[in-house]
Design a protein around this ligand. Structure first.
Ligand code: G
Ligand code: G
Ligand code: MN
Ligand code: NA
Length: 250
C-alpha cells in the first residue's frame, strides 16, 4: 500500500522519466527509431525498474494515467527531435494489457497525438501476444481503430506468449519484435538460430518488419544480418538512456 500511494504521488511529483533505446537498421547501421522505456526516480529508492512497479500499476489501474503520461512524454520528446531535424525517427511506446483494454484507449491515443502534433505514422504502439490472444472481433476492431488513426502496431516479446501463428495473419500489425530469449544464444545454439531465421521468414512472408531484441554482440548481429532481419535493438548499440544522451543519427 505504501508503494501504491507513492506511485500515485509519482505522477503528480514528476518522478517518472522516460529512457530511450535506439533501434538500428541492420542494413545501413543507422538509428531509425527509439523505444521509450519508463523509469521511476523515487526520492529514496532511486531509479526503480518497471518490473518493480508496472505490475502494481496494472493491478491498481494506475497504469491508465501512467500509460497516458508515457505516451504524451514520448510524443513531446519526438517533437524535440523533429525540431532538431530528426522527424524521420520513429517512436515506439509500450502499452500494457489493462491500458489496451480500457474503453477510452483509442480516444486517448487520438487526443495525445493531436495535442502534441505527433505525426501518427512515426508512432508505433507495442502490444503483446497475450493481450491479443482471444482474437475476438472486438480486439480486431480496436486494432483497426488504432490503425485508422495512422499509428503503427508492433507485437513485442514475440515467441514468449501463447503463440498461434494463425492470428498473425488476422491482426493488422506492422512489425514483430523477436524476444531476446531467442537472440541470446543465437550464435551458440543451432535451434535458436533456426527459430530466429524461421520467424524472420514468416514475418516477411506476411509483410511484417522484424526487430531482434536484446542484441548484445557483433556475432549475434552478424547472424541476424545473414537471416535478413530488418532492425536490431540491444546493449550492443546502446542501453536505454536519457533523452539528452540519446545519439541522433548523423
Ligand atoms: O526497461 P526494462 O527492461 O526494465 O523494462 C522491463 C519491462 O517493463 C519490459 O517488459 C517493458 O516492456 C516494460 N515497460 C517499460 N516501459 C514501459 C511502459 O512505458 N509501459 C509499459 N506498459 N511497460 C513498460
Ligand atoms: O519487454 P520489452 O521488450 O519492452 O523490454 C525492453 C527491455 O529490455 C528494456 O527495458 C531493456 O532494459 C531491456 N534490454 C534492452 N536491450 C537489452 C539487451 O541487449 N540485453 C538485455 N539483457 N536486456 C535488454
Ligand atoms: Mn518493448
Ligand atoms: Na520485448
Amino acid at each position: 500500500l505504501a508503494l501504491e500511494s507513492a506511485l500515485h504521488r509519482a505522477l503528480a511529483r514528476e518522478e517518472l522519466v522516460l529512457h530511450f533505446q535506439p533501434l538500428v537498421d541492420i542494413g545501413t547501421q543507422r538509428t531509425v527509431a527509439a523505444e521509450a522505456l519508463l523509469r521511476w526516480r523515487h526520492p529514496e529508492l532511486g531509479l526503480v525498474p518497471p518490473a518493480d512497479f508496472i505490475p502494481l500499476a496494472e493491478e491498481t489501474g494506475l497504469i491508465v494515467p501512467i500509460g497516458e503520461w508515457v505516451l504524451r512524454a514520448a510524443c513531446l520528446q519526438h517533437a524535440q527531435w523533429r525540431a532538431a531535424g530528426h522527424g524521420e525517427l520513429r517512436m515506439l511506446v509500450n502499452i500494457s494489457a489493462r491500458q489496451f483494454r480500457h474503453e477510452g484507449f483509442t480516444a486517448t491515443v487520438a487526443r495525445v497525438i493531436a495535442e502534441t502534433g505527433m505525426p501518427a505514422a512515426q508512432l508505433t504502439l507495442e502490444l503483446t501476444e497475450t493481450m491479443l490472444m482471444d482474437g475476438s472481433e472486438h480486439i480486431i476492431g480496436v486494432l483497426e481503430g488504432l490503425r485508422a488513426l495512422g499509428v503503427h502496431l508492433a507485437l513485442d516479446d514475440f515467441g514468449t506468449g501463447y503463440s498461434s501463428l494463425a492470428y498473425l495473419k488476422r491482426f493488422p500489425i506492422d512489425e514483430l519484435k523477436i524476444d531476446r530469449l531467442f537472440i541470446r544464444d543465437i550464435d551458440r545454439n543451432d535451434n535458436d538460430a533456426a527459430i530466429a531465421e524461421a520467424i524472420v521468414k514468416l514475418a516477411h512472408s506476411l509483410g511484417l518488419r522484424v526487430v531482434a531484441e536484446g542484441v548484445e554482440t557483433a556475432a549475434q548481429l552478424e547472424i541476424l544480418a545473414r537471416h535478413g532481419c530488418d532492425l536490431a535493438q540491444g546493449f550492443h548499440f546502446s542501453k536505454p538512456i536519457e533523452a539528452g544522451r540519446f545519439v541522433l543519427p548523423g
